[in-house]
Write a protein that binds this ligand. Sequence first.
Ligand SMILES: Nc1ncnc2c1ncn2[C@@H]1O[C@H](COP(=O)(O)OP(=O)(O)OP(=O)(O)O)[C@@H](O)[C@H]1O
Ligand SMILES: CC(=O)C(=O)O
Length: 578
Amino acid sequence: MAQVVATRSIQSSFSSPSHGSLQSQVEKLKPPSLASKVLGRNERSNSCRAVRVNMPQIIARRSTRAEPQVLPVSPEDVPKSEEQEQYLQAIQQLGDTSVGMWSKPTVRRKTKIVCTIGPSTNTREMIWKLAEAGMNVARMNMSHGDHASHQKVIDLVKEYNAQSKDNVIAIMLDTKGPEVRSGDLPQPIMLKPGQEFTFTIQRGVGTADCVSVNYDDFVNDVEVGDMLLVDGGMMSLQVKSKTEESVKCEVIDGGELKSRRHLNVRGKSATLPSITEKDWDDIKFGVDNNIDFYAVSFVKDAAVVHELKNYLKSCGADIHVIVKIESADSIPNLHSIITASDGAMVARGDLGAELPIEEVPLLQEEIINICRSMGKAVIVATNMLESMIVHPTPTRAEVSDIAIAVREGADAVMLSGETAHGKFPLKAVKVMHTVSLRTEATIVGGETPTNLGQAFKNHMSEMFAFHATMMSNTLGTSIVVFTRTGFMAILLSHYRPSGTIFAFTNDKKIQQRLASYQGVCPIYMEFLDCAEETFTSALSLLQKQGMVKEGEQVALVQSGRQPIWRLQSTHNIQVRKV
Ligand SMILES: Nc1ncnc2c1ncn2[C@@H]1O[C@H](COP(=O)(O)OP(=O)(O)OP(=O)(O)O)[C@@H](O)[C@H]1O
Ligand SMILES: CC(=O)C(=O)O
């Protein structure tokens, strides 16, 4: 009889003695479908014992006729099981030292979810459902659609935000950038390995052995011997010769070439400006709509970020700039590019086409570390649940990929085609939510926060954020912060306290922006003239909404670049009992 023996060690989130009772609570709450189907009676009691003595081994046995394990992944596909909901809540408590528990698990998750909106999701009904399933940021990809279709999405997200009591969605506009694409074809062409195929800069060509390219300098940018990648590497062709107008190639990996496919040259970036004329037009559209973030494609150096920031300043727009790291040329300039920006996106699609694919996980970790050390936001994007574009369940590798991004410390993970044109957008969000929540529960909490390094050197706010995090980690409390600009909440987020950061702001725009930061739960509230009255009213709001319980302690922070109640105090941290 075949037997699968899986061994794993339980992380220290389970090892704290104070978590013993929670662990047994989890065991009690485990729905039979999760516990008894995988573990036999003896193994189950072993695992409970082992959890208490630290570094145990769980032995899972499976018979030859493996029963499919289907975890609930969509609000629609399973009847709501209270047991399973309680099970997830209890798991999360293991990793969350805060006693205060949100009633909604989607809000308790610290890692945020970015969803690309496209034909599968650009309706009122789907935006609402995505938001309720756990979307925190709606991304519009300006490579597709037109201003009218994106306007509809922006209006719907704003409408959702206006009517929602306890949830808010940020809006991100992703520029098309200097993408090089093949032209239109009357029908898809099958490219076979070994065959000759030509790309030409002449317009309007689309035959079985030649197609146009939308970029006039294409012929100058490529050399004989270069490897051309189509659709991020789905097909590859080697350059054999070139003339003034065309590039003759041999197909290495074949496949079906459709209209308007993305072309990359391995190891090279196109000599095009990062922000094209179309991008400037789209950026202006973003300003007119007061969006929250730009994701700027193919950034190669800091100069372009400064140019965009200067433009935004000149039109009085307060929009944050996320640089997409996807171009070979950006790698030597990573530090200066990220320093100039408000955050970065690891855009693994183009990154893995311009650079050897094995560099992608290493660069992902490096970019996350750089952003974390500078106090900048970081998003991991592309292919996270790719198979769910057509299948209702993810591959195990995809689940691991999300878990790795969460463990590495990403602020957010992103869905592209999965929610833009996939068959199971809600299930994909639910999987991302569940995997993130589960992974976060294994991240050790209550430790001394790591120093942010040079980013906030000598800044009073950094000292307050550091000590507020220390205090809340030691006491096992949530943090309540009051912020007009969002600065202090973002700073606290980068110290990654183990409890939730309840960020009260009197500015709806700031509330919307904060939705994308790890661990931050942004709440809109009018600030009163008296600090004390504002604190009391904030705590009572948290209690009313079931986010903190009576008698629970919270760490309350009032600090930042522009203290709110200047006359009464400038900076302070205090522990309050609700
Ligand atoms: N607004 C939209 N309108 C129509 N289709 C969209 C839209 N946004 C995304 N899509 C579809 O979803 C797919 C995945 O979205 P994603 O944002 O990852 O695009 P992408 O990386 O630019 O992909 P590609 O290079 O194929 O364009 C796109 O290829 C496109 O088919
Ligand atoms: C997101 C994106 O643009 C990429 O991965 O290439």
